[in-house]
Design a protein around this ligand. Structure first.
Ligand code: ZN
Ligand code: ZN
Length: 361
């Protein structure tokens, strides 16, 4: 049984509130609410003061919220409007210097806050998100299990792929296999891109059929206990030609170099360069048009950033994707993506890191 870290997380947040001179933080971003309390519903306002943690939610979650929070928050079930309830709670405690998540709130809700007589709203950024950068043992384990699940689903799919199947058909069967194995949901729209469409880094699965001799790029993930995995594999249906092998090999070496060379403490820019240098040296620098990767956790895209313009150090304990690619318009693209935990002893791949070229028959 892994330790319950929710009160530690709330304590860490309170220390930040003290540093910032805030009496309370209103947490409205659902993954942040979940991180601090365990509540996974879509409607909830979490008020963290220096001595209380109050979750205001609505009737739909009257049963779920107390079970999931299990004492990590006092639950208030509101019958009409949760914002109105928040206003009353604030009025009952007197004037409050109230932080809110400025990047996570609508203009309408910011206007509501501004009208609260008992609150002085202060926009904050990334207070909870910053805590989430460093994963604890339980979180890493959840991501690893989500990776195992995703890989098992892919392994069951591969022998069934045939020339003539559409991208959407392949995506549907992969998504079925993911759900069948226990994935809570798809963390993002599954990408299945064949032939020249594989050159679109964020292609959606279309009605195009894959033909023999074509690249097939699949980018997908699973979600377990809220935590996501994010994997990309590129394969060939039939036999690969010389150019496909050459470009695949450049991406494979670039990805492995970054996966093995990335360390907590280096900047996002330095991590990005591990792969980018290999791709540039092979003459494809212009064709790697996105950044190396991103953090993964309760959200599939979260901090830290691994990118050319990311100067911040990658924290020890973060889990990040490593996903370089080469995309040639009209020809196709190759991307390989694994999820890596930056431990104090170096990188530990949570996915299988099996990137040898797969040819499907
Ligand atoms: Zn991905
Ligand atoms: Zn990714």
């Amino acid at each position: 049984m892994l330790a319950d870290r929710r009160s530690d997380r709330q304590d860490a947040l309170r220390r930040r509130l003290t540093e910032l001179g805030l009496d309370a933080l209103l947490v409205s971003h659902p993954p942040n609410v979940r991180y601090l309390t365990g509540f996974s519903g879509s409607s909830g306002l979490l008020l963290v003061t220096h001595d209380r943690t109050l979750l205001i939610t609505d009737m739909r979650y009257a049963d779920q919220a107390p079970v999931e929070t299990a004492g990590a928050a006092e639950v208030l079930v509101e019958l009409s409007n949760i914002w109105e309830r928040l206003r009353r709670v604030l009025e009952s405690r007197g004037r409050t210097r109230l932080g809110f998540e400025r990047e996570r709130i609508t203009v309408r809700d910011a206007e509501r806050l501004a009208r609260f007589e008992a609150a002085d709203p202060v926009g904050t950024a990334d207070l909870v998100d910053a805590l989430r950068l460093v994963k604890d043992e339980g979180e890493v384990e959840a991501i690893r299990r989500a990776a195992d699940l995703a890989q098992a689903a892919l392994a069951s799919l591969l022998p069934t792929i045939r020339a003539g199947q559409t991208e959407r058909e392949i995506a549907a069967r992969l998504e079925h296999a993911l759900r069948d194995r226990g994935s809570e949901w798809h963390p993002f729209q599954t990408i299945v891109a064949s032939g020249p469409r594989s050159a679109l880094p964020h292609a959606r699965a279309s009605e195009r059929s894959v033909a023999r001799g074509e690249l097939l790029l699949i980018d997908f993930g699973a979600q377990l206990d809220g935590y996501c995995s994010d994997i990309t594999r590129t394969m060939i249906v039939g036999e690969a030609d010389g150019r496909q092998r050459e470009i695949y090999e450049v991406v494979r070496v670039a990805q492995r170099t970054a996966r093995e060379g990335i360390w907590g403490g280096m900047s996002g820019r330095e991590a990005d360069a591990l792969a980018r240098d290999v791709i540039e040296a092979a003459g494809f620098g212009e064709s790697f048009g996105h950044s190396l990767g991103h953090g993964v956790g309760l959200e599939v895209h979260e901090g830290p950033r691994l990118a050319k313009l990311a100067d911040e150090a990658l924290p020890v304990g973060a889990v990040v994707t490593v996903e370089p690619g080469i995309y040639l318009q009209g020809w196709g693209g190759v991307r390989l993506e694994d999820d890596v935990h930056l431990t104090g002893d170096g990188p530990r791949c949570l996915t299988d890191g099996r990137t040898e070229l797969l040819t499907l028959h």
